[in-house]
Design a protein. Structure first.
Length: 178
């Protein structure tokens, strides 16, 4: 099961985003409290950590302690209630990942992270869609790509707007408390 947690003392919006994300990818929300990150990483070799910027989700960190990788996304988000005005849960616990346009170059990064959880299924009605920025030449050129969640063909959110992506390959960086 995918474990999703937050930085310490998250805002209500960040908690809502983490709950939305857990619902669509069949994850488990871990209330961190004062627990050091390295202690969580000892118990769960792969986690998703959502950090804040000015009270909003600002970074999503994908920790892979097994392979010594840390994937950092700088993001803006829209919650499920802002996308489809309801809470939709992935009861089947499976999700299909799709990559379009320039996002295909990130396919192996995300497959490497999610494959160990056994949630990937090409036939799932839930889709995690990685979509390029159609407005790249417009005023939205600071957006790298979007991660949109669908059930069948309906957008169910949350919408993750990725502004930058960094990959760190050192265990030294992963074991720091964040």
């Amino acid at each position: 099961m995918i474990v999703i947690t937050t930085s310490r003392k998250p805002s209500q919006r960040t908690r809502s985003f983490v709950n939305d994300l857990a619902r669509v990818i069949s994850g488990r929300v871990l209330t961190r409290g004062k627990t050091p990150l390295r202690e969580i990483l000892n118990d769960y070799p792969k986690i998703i950590l959502v950090e804040e910027y000015k009270g909003n989700p600002g970074k999503i960190k994908f920790y892979d302690n097994i392979k010594g990788k840390l994937l950092i996304l700088s993001v803006s988000v829209k919650l499920q209630r802002e996308v489809c005005n309801k809470e939709i849960e992935n009861i089947g616990c499976k999700i299909n990942m799709e990559f379009f346009g320039e996002t295909i170059k990130y396919k192996s990064l995300f497959y490497d992270f999610f494959e160990d959880f056994g949630i990937l299924d090409r036939n799932s009605s839930f889709r995690m869609s990685f979509e390029g920025n159609p407005l790249k030449n417009d005023n939205k050129r600071d957006i790298l790509f979007y991660i949109q969640f669908y059930k069948d063909n309906e957008k169910v959110g949350p919408l993750i707007i990725v502004k930058s992506l960094k990959i760190l390959n050192t265990n030294e960086n992963i074991n720091k408390d964040g």
